[in-house]
Structures are given as C-alpha cells and as structure tokens.
Design a binder for this molecule. Structure first.
Ligand code: MLC
Ligand code: AMP
Length: 496
C-alpha cells in the first residue's frame, strides 16, 4: 500500500525523537502508532473517509501531529481551528467547511463540546486511549488534505484547500533551500492554525527527521532558557517576536544577556516571515547577536515563494529570490509582465505549491488566478539588484498584526453589531511591535461615549483577541468620496 509521503518519511526515522518536552520524548514510531490508532477510531468501520472534513483543535505537540496524521491516514481533510477563537468563529469554520467531526485535546474538547452538540458533530478526545490500529485506506497525493481559513478582502474568512501533493511540494522546497537535516532541533511556539507553524516548522522538521520542542504559546522566558542551553539549531518566528526578543535582551542584566546572545549565535539559522521585517529590526538583531536573519515571503495559498539565501547575502528589507520549484513574476497594473528591475508590480506565483481552490467559492477562486495558473497574491513588490522587496498590499482592507492576517471588513462587521456604533472604518496603522495595529474610527449613535477598554472587552466575545482594535477614535463623521464610500487613506489622518 503506498503511504502518504509524510508517513513514508516518518518510517525512515522511526526511532528518532520527533518531539521533546520536559515530560519526555515521542519518537516517530510513537507518532506512526498513535496516528494509525486514531485513524481507526475516526474510520469507525468505514474503509475511507473520502475527504470528509475533520476539524483539529489542539495545542502544538505530539498529540496534535498524531491527530493530524491520523485524520489524513483515514482519508479525511484537516480543518485546523484556532485555540483562542470565539465560538462564533469556530462555528463559521465548522459549518463553512461542512465538518463532520472535531478532534481536540481533552481541555479544548471540554470547551467546544457544547458547540459540537448543537451542530451535531462527533467530538474525539485525542488524549483518550485509542485501542488497536486497523486497516487504513490507500491514498494518492492528489487527494485534498487541508482547508485553512484565511482572512482577506471578504468579510468572512475563505477556506484555502491544499492537497497532499501541494503540501509535499511546499515542504520539499524549504528542505532544499534551508538544508533541513535530521540533526536539526527547533522550538515550536507559533499557532497551529496557520502555515508558518504547520508547514515551515512542524511539517518540515518531521519530513527531515528532526526534533521539535513544542510550547503552548510564545513562552519567552522558557524558550530563552533553552536557547541558552543550546537546545536548538534552528529558530523561526514572526517579526513581532524578534521585536519582543530585542526588548528582552536590552532589558536583561549583562551576564544574562551574554548567555542568551551566545545561544542565539550558535544557531545555524534564524528565519523571519509572515510579515515585513523592518530593515532596522534586522540590523538591530545582527548588532545584538551576530546572527543575520533570513527573511522569506509566503502566503497560506502558496506556502513559501521567495526567500533570502541560506548561503549568500541576506539583505535587510528584501525577501530574496524565488524558492526551488516556485515560479514568481511581477505584473504591472497595465497588464504587462515586468522584466526590468526597479519597476513595481503585483507578485504572481505558479508551481506545484499553489493551492487548488477556495472551499465552496468558485468565483473567488477564478478571480484569484490568471491564465496559465498564475496566482494573484495581492502583494506588490519590486526587483532590486536581483532581490525582491515587498512594497505593500493592493488592498487597504488587509491588515497584518503580529503575523496574523486580518480582514478590516470582518472587524467592521463585528463592530457594527455594537449597540452604540452607527458607522465605522477599520485599518492597520504602523506599529513598532505589531507591524500594524488594528485601528477603528467610529461614529457613535446619538453621540454616545465609547472608550477603548470597554470596546475591547465587548469585542473579545465576538472576535479572536488579535483582531480586537488596539486604537480607537470617535468622530462625528467618516471621510467619504463623491460616491459615498469611506476613503480609508483619509481615515488614517483621523488618528493624528
Ligand atoms: C496577541 N495579542 C495580539 C496579537 N497576539 N494583538 C494583536 N495582534 C497580535 N498578533 C494580544 C494578546 O491577546 C494580549 O491581549 C496582548 O496582545 C499581549 O499579548 P502577549 O502575550 O504580549 O502576546 P503573545 O501572546 O506573546 O502573542 C504575540 C505573538 C502572536 C507574536 C507570539 O501574535 C503570534 O503567535 N503570532 C504569530 C501568528 C502567525 O503564526 N502567523 C502566521 C500566519 S501564516 P490582552 O487584551 O489580553 O492584553 C502566514 C504565511 C507566512 O502569514 O508567510 O508565514
Ligand atoms: P497569510 O494569508 O496569513 O498566509 O499571510 C500572507 C501575507 O503575509 C502575504 O500575502 C504578505 O502580505 C504577508 N507576508 C508574508 N511574509 C512577508 C514578508 N516577509 N514581508 C512582507 N509581507 C509578508
């Protein structure tokens, strides 16, 4: 029976340690055994789940991966959902994807049980004993593997569908470019409902036979202790984390700082991505630690597309060149394909890494591709002496905060449900820590008073906390153009 590539790779590293925590080690064989048992539980006598959607809600770690592999080995499609999402957000992902079951760790299972009961979904506790493994279906790489919800230019997130073949292509490109080895060791502290955590860290590490140390969140003191102890060879994070690390290093007593810096210096590679890494942060990090961060560019729909080199110049403020197997072009507004340097255009991407479709949204899928299979990223870039530099996004309605992509329209729709809000406009304002800070300009009903702390509290029951506005301005009216449409560039000026 042909195995999925990830499973075949794991067999080759059966006795190596896949996950290490203070509680102990999990080998690749443990993951294989546990995932086969969970697949059997999921199948419940069926021969193949035939791309049934199964949501996964669990913190990073061995149990998460055993569940992910288990549902894949049963023939299901994984729908990762956010641990800190609100119930309405969970409900949207579950109903939009048509999920039939939820796999969750014991603690998360308790939290989502009422929703599963209301929606009539099977709930599987991935921490519970699973019994013996049975016969598993044969799967081909062309089968759908994952639906990842991503916010964009629509008010509700879209489900990005990738197959096992797409995922393998995304992984193999990075294995080659960054020379992943079985001897690599990496901390995992990014959320497990986005590709940075799922593909770049977890899947690449497990493909290579490397070891992962998982953390439930970005637990800075614990991670720095392990950096000091030379626990890692690799480190991958979003720019906000590097900003926070710089602040921590600058605040640390000299001896402590020297110990942490020594640990960072000895890593073989440190990568930044998911949002723009300001050249100043890149340079500060080098000045502090001697490490030159490798910045790369990617997106849920395409995996990673552009990267600075492992060997060669890592240029601050630039994202580098197309990754192995990935084609990149820039397209001008007038439709010309740009061949010259220093001419900005939209980044378009093609290759075996590029997703198939937005789940259940054929019009949105069609709109996002050009003839020949080129995916339109909506990001602008320019080629400068051989390296791409990202210039920004075509849409003002997309915000990047701490590496999370957020939709201004989704946040506006939530704010309009507030009893005192008549109109609102949301945008991302530059922020030294978060990259962009979610900022809301509102007109209140009958001039009602509205303060940020109260608004944040109100929002938290409706939106994941990272979507909740960090800045608020109450105005008498919003700037509009002749058509009556709010002009977001003018809204920017309202924040002073
Ligand atoms: C946390 N908070 C945020 C936030 N993260 N607010 C705005 N934006 C964010 N991203 C809130 C907290 O809930 C808290 O609110 C307050 O800010 C301070 O929290 P903290 O403890 O200091 O923050 P922390 O929990 O450490 O989180 C920061 C972070 C996290 C950077 C570790 O945001 C994170 O993991 N980001 C990575 C997201 C990611 O993986 N993106 C990749 C997408 S894939 P309060 O109210 O309680 O004070 C992709 C493709 C690609 O983009 O190219 O990789
Ligand atoms: P997501 O949809 O969450 O996968 O986020 C993808 C988006 O993150 C891209 O479309 C870019 O706008 C942004 N992004 C990722 N990496 C970088 C980077 N290195 N520099 C600037 N923007 C980036």
């Amino acid at each position: 029976m042909p195995d999925l590539p990830l499973i075949a790779r794991a067999r080759a590293h059966a006795s190596s340690v896949a996950f290490r925590t203070p509680q102990g080690a999990t080998t690749y064989q443990d993951l294989l055994d546990r995932s086969a048992a969970l697949a059997t539980v999921l199948l419940a006598g069926a021969d193949d789940l035939r791309e049934a959607r199964v949501a996964l809600l669990a913190p990073a770690g061995a149990a998460y991966v055993a569940a992910q592999w288990g549902l894949w080995r049963a023939g299901a499609v994984k729908v990762p959902i956010c641990l800190t999402a609100t119930e309405p957000e969970w409900e949207y992902s579950l109903t939009d994807s048509g999920a039939s079951a939820v796999m969750a760790d014991a603690a998360s299972a308790k939290r989502i049980a009422p929703l599963c009961a209301r929606l009539g979904l099977r709930l599987i506790d991935i921490d519970a004993p699973a019994g013996q493994a049975g016969k598993l279906p044969e799967l081909t790489p062309a089968r759908r593997a994952m639906i990842l919800y991503t916010s964009g230019t629509t008010s509700k997130p879209k489900g990005v569908v990738t197959t096992h073949a797409h995922i393998a292509a995304q992984i193999e490109s990075l294995i080659k470019a960054w020379e992943w080895q079985a001897t690599d060791r990496i901390p995992l502290f990014l959320p497990m409902h986005h590709i940075h955590g799922i593909i770049n860290v977890t899947s690449c590490a497990l493909w290579a036979g490397a070891t992962i140390e998982p953390f439930a969140k970005f637990d800075q003191p614990a991670i720095l202790e392990r950096v000091k102890a030379d626990a890692y060879t690799l480190f991958m994070a979003v720019p906000t984390i590097y900003v926070k690390l710089i602040q921590a290093l600058e605040a640390a007593p000299a001896a402590e700082r020297a110990a942490i810096v020594g640990g960072f210096q000895r890593l073989r590679l440190m990568v930044s991505g998911s949002a723009a890494l300001p050249a100043s942060v890149h340079e500060q990090w080098t000045a502090l630690t001697g490490q030159k961060l490798l910045e790369r560019y990617g997106m849920t729909e395409i995996g990673m597309a552009i990267s600075n080199p492992l060997r060669g110049e890592r240029r601050p403020g630039a994202v580098g060149q197309a990754l192995p197997g990935v084609e990149v072009r820039l397209k001008a507004e007038n439709g010309d394909i740009i061949t010259a340097e220093d001419t900005p255009g939209e980044i378009q991407v093609r290759g075996p890494n590029v997703f198939t479709e937005y789940w259940g949204k054929p019009a949105a899928t069609a709109e996002s591709f050009e003839a020949g299979g080129w995916y339109r990223t909506g990001d602008m870039a320019v080629l400068e002496t051989g390296y791409y530099r990202i210039m920004g996004r075509l849409s003002v309605d997309i915000i990047k905060s701490g590496g999370y992509k957020l939709s201004a329209l989704e946040i506006e729709a939530a704010l309009l449900e507030h009893p005192d809000i008549a109109e609102c406009a949301v945008l991302g304002l530059p922020d030294d820590t978060w990259g962009e800070a979610v900022s809301a300009a509102v007109v209140t009903k009958n001039g009602a008073a509205l303060a940020l702390p109260a608004l944040r509290e109100w929002c938290k029951s409706r939106l994941s906390v990272y979507k909740v506005p960090q800045r608020l301005v109450v105005v008498k009216e919003l700037p509009r153009n002749a058509m009556g449409k709010v002009t977001k560039p003018a809204v920017r000026g309202l924040f002073g």
